[in-house]
Design a protein around this ligand. Structure first.
Ligand SMILES: *[C@@H]1O[C@H](CO)[C@@H](O)[C@H](O)[C@H]1NC(C)=O
Ligand SMILES: *[C@@H]1O[C@H](CO)[C@@H](O)[C@H](O)[C@H]1NC(C)=O
Length: 344
């Protein structure tokens, strides 16, 4: 179990939190005030962390005993400052500048709450919890990266700044706010993942994928989120060259989107192209919009719904009775006739 109240300031850091060992027999309290304190402090099941600066390029790795409690002390309003402007060049993972990514690597179970990340250099959270984990009341504010800087020319300085990249099971992410320049959520593989009551602003929307060969995704719940000014609101993207992969059981309920720039709902099997030639090595089934109406508004140049399936790889009957998409123009639904209770 990890329960944390964060009050700390880290600059130019990457944080890795892992639980990997059984508790030691003696309970003790370790205190971390600099990188050199880490090794001895993590031998205790209570770890107090004072505000300090992680030197650029180093990773602050907390390899905790099982059942540890981490308390963040002092510092600056629960904020991890990734010092993004120092790294941003508009090119994310492709640029000449090497960026710490992910900035926050979470491999714990229990709860993780009330943490703010400011200006992540590139991808923000990578989550691979070993047992059930609830992440709540988190803030990712990369909004400064919407503006160009001297290294990015006319492009937004922040790029590839995904909110949450998840390859995991038994995860809830809720009541959080994400302002960024890429996927708000990206589920690459895993099952039993719920993403609810979050607000996503300025990025690429809530995504399942991109799905690679041998990856399976199932039992996903995307509920009651607010999606503001994203390229897509809700998307499933599978790689055109993926084989032996599947996406099954994705439920959308109560999501609201405004200012959607490109696609309201996009299900595309041609990634990394958009609406290119689809592959059919990843089957998609059980994609449902049910329960509370999903109200998705798209901008005038955008498409409402586009579905680009490979031959025979979208299967079954999908209930889209709780989907309303307005604005823009209708998109195409290709290679699939199983969508029920919806017309655009
Ligand atoms: C799904 O995940 C939640 C926590 O994230 C957990 O409490 C629940 O037991 C999981 N359900 C199953 C069927 O494993
Ligand atoms: C259907 O899928 C196949 C590939 O699986 C693709 O080659 C074909 O172009 C698709 N059909 C249409 C109408 O796009």
């Amino acid at each position: 179990m990890f329960s944390a109240t964060f009050k700390s300031l880290f600059a130019a850091c990457a944080l890795v939190v892992v639980t990997s060992a059984a508790p030691s027999s003696t309970a003790c309290t370790g205190t971390i005030s600099s990188m050199s304190d880490v090794t001895s402090a993590v031998k205790c099941t209570t770890v107090n962390i004072n505000a300090f600066t992680v030197p650029a390029g180093q990773t602050f790795n907390l390899d905790l005993l099982q059942g540890s409690t981490v308390n963040m002390l002092n510092g600056n309003g629960h904020t991890f400052n990734g010092n993004g402007p120092f790294y941003w060049d508009g090119q994310g993972g492709n640029g000449g500048v090497t960026k710490p990514a992910p900035m926050m690597k979470i491999k714990i179970s229990g709860t993780f709450t009330n943490v703010k990340v400011l200006n992540s250099p590139a991808r923000t959270y990578s989550v691979s919890n070993p047992a059930p984990l609830t992440m709540s009341k988190l803030t990712i504010d990369n909004s400064l990266g919407d503006k160009p800087n001297s290294a990015s020319g006319s492009k937004a300085a922040g790029h590839n700044t995904d909110g949450f990249d998840c390859s995991t099971h038994d995860l809830v992410i809720q009541d959080s706010t994400i302002k960024n320049q890429d996927d708000c959520l990206a589920i690459n593989k895993g099952s039993n993942i719920t993403f609810q009551r979050n607000t996503c602003s300025g990025g690429h929307g809530i995504s399942v994928g991109s799905i690679s060969s041998d990856a399976t995704v199932s039992d996903i719940h995307i509920l009651d989120n607010t999606i503001i000014n994203n390229d897509q609101a809700l998307r499933i993207k599978t790689k055109s060259d993926a084989t032996s992969a599947s996406v099954s059981g994705v439920t959308y309920s109560g999501n609201t989107a405004t200012g959607t720039k490109k696609f309201g709902v996009l299900i595309d099997q041609s990634y990394p192209s958009t609406l290119g030639t689809p592959g059919n090595g990843c089957t998609i089934s059980g994609i449902n919009f049910v329960g509370t109406t999903n109200n998705i508004a798209v901008a005038s140049g955008a498409q409402r719904v586009a579905v680009n399936c490979g031959s025979g790889s979208c299967t079954g009957s999908w209930d889209w009775s709780a989907l309303k998409v307005s604005g823009g123009s209708a998109g195409k639904i290709v290679n699939f006739s199983g969508i029920k209770n919806f017309s655009q």
